[in-house]
Design a protein around this ligand. Structure first.
Ligand SMILES: CC(C)(COP(=O)(O)OP(=O)(O)OC[C@H]1O[C@@H](n2cnc3c(N)ncnc32)[C@H](O)[C@@H]1OP(=O)(O)O)[C@@H](O)C(=O)NCCC(=O)NCCS
Length: 178
């Protein structure tokens, strides 16, 4: 399994995974993300097939927001979601961002377990955050070099350069509204 940046040819596969995973499907958001934020759009590939993706962007000077994460049904529970989360944390860290945040449905205990395992803690509840009235939990974590050390070892993996910004570059700027 490798993780690399999204390219436009991936779009159809991403939409199909997205549609399967979320009820509030909105393809336009993903086009905008790609146009505004190529570094924060990563895909997981297994046997030449796209099996998952993660999208993150810079919310403010110190905080990266994970906007979306999904793994194809039949590939779930194999560690792919965890690897995608670490990959986006690495991108944030490479862009000098110290904190990561996300929002998750209160009923989505499976995703919450994953986030807890990586180091996210629940901070507060946003009442009726979702279009169907469900509450959302805001989770945050501090990104430290230590928390990235346990990450999948890609040192022998040619895709590593595609997910890790080894050079500490200036932060990418994304408008708050997407
Ligand atoms: C949430 C999601 C991305 C997890 O991806 P995944 O590849 O299955 O995750 P992993 O295999 O890395 O599992 C990570 C952790 O999630 C939890 N988890 C995974 N599968 C689980 C299951 N069937 N039941 C309960 N917890 C589970 C476990 O804590 C697991 O850690 P462990 O393997 O050490 O026990 C995936 O289930 C998904 O795409 N769900 C639909 C979309 C979604 O909810 N996205 C998140 C929106 S905030």
């Amino acid at each position: 399994m490798i993780i690399r940046r999204f390219v436009p040819d991936d779009f159809e596969d991403i939409l199909s995974i997205e549609q399967e995973a979320f009820s509030d499907h909105n393809p336009l958001v993903y086009i905008n993300f790609y146009e505004m934020n190529m570094n924060g759009f990563l895909v997981a590939i297994d046997d030449n097939e796209i099996v998952g993706f993660v999208v993150g962007y810079q919310l403010n000077e110190n905080e990266g927001r994970i906007f979306s994460l999904a793994v194809k049904d039949e590939y779930q529970s194999r560690g792919i979601g965890t690897k995608l989360i670490y990959a986006i944390l690495k991108v944030f860290y490479g862009n000098l961002i110290q904190y990561a945040s996300l929002e998750v449905r209160i009923s989505n205990t499976r995703a919450q377990k994953l986030y807890n395992k990586v180091g996210f803690v629940s901070c507060w509840i946003e009442k009726k955050y979702y279009f169907d009235g469900e509450d959302g939990i805001i989770m945050k974590m501090r990104i430290s070099p230590q928390c990235l050390l346990n990450v999948f070892d890609t040192s022998n993996n040619p895709s590593q350069k595609q997910v890790t910004l080894t050079k500490r570059e200036p932060a990418f700027k994304i408008p708050d509204s997407i």
